[in-house]
Design a protein around this ligand. Sequence first.
Ligand SMILES: Nc1ncnc2c1ncn2[C@@H]1O[C@H](COP(=O)(O)OP(=O)(O)O)[C@@H](O)[C@H]1O
Ligand SMILES: [Mg+2]
Length: 238
Amino acid sequence: MTKKEQIYEGKAKTLFSYDDDKIIQYFKDDATAFNKKKHEIIDKKGILNNFISEFIFKYLSDNGVENHFIERLDDREQLVRKVEIIPVEVIIRNIATGTLTKRLGVEEGLKLKKPLIEFTLKSDELDDPILSEEHIEVLEYAKKDEMKSIKEQALIINRLLLDLFSSINILLVDFKIEFGRYGSDNKVILADEISPDSCRLWDKLSSEKLDKDRFRKNLGGLIDAYKEVATRLGIKIQ
Ligand SMILES: Nc1ncnc2c1ncn2[C@@H]1O[C@H](COP(=O)(O)OP(=O)(O)O)[C@@H](O)[C@H]1O
Ligand SMILES: [Mg+2]
């Protein structure tokens, strides 16, 4: 089947139409941070994220977490179920870092007593402001029962990813996921991507950062770090 027209160009991916209920996600090499104030092209980042996200979405569906992934088409493209994205980014934190420490003065590196789920509005114009569940309900970004399902799924995904990364000596510090409504019954399923662009991954022994913080903090070596994650997961990029 041939690719049809571009339907959306995002910061890290482009979407192409495919058929009524599927779309193609194309992974670009663009790296952005601080709401696009920092932007670079990092050769092959898109390829690594495509393969790593494929691996993680397959692992999640093998473990009972339904999601949008259907198949990888080539080194930059994957076929996914078309969903209506819920405009709420879901962040799950195991260790305090980033905006949590900045906003609330929480000690950097603090191990949280249980996973902390945060919600932000998916809006570049507004800089992804934080949302309470009351905002989400009253402003109708998502329904109450959808949020219940999202929170349940987020905790299951966190448990599965903590185990996966722990088995390759990586600490899953936090990550961001997106959900969407799928099919005639509007079932809420995991969509978008899960990759070192959307997770904080620290090597267990050295605490070295193996994620997009290498770009945010100008540490260099982003591609080597992403390759390290892929290699430890046993991914072979042909
Ligand atoms: N299965 C899907 N169906 C429809 N839209 C999706 C799906 N998965 C992800 N998306 C959306 O596609 C876009 C992916 O491109 P990305 O570069 O991440 O965009 P953004 O700059 O908006 O974060 C995102 O807006 C994401 O919400
Ligand atoms: Mg995105």
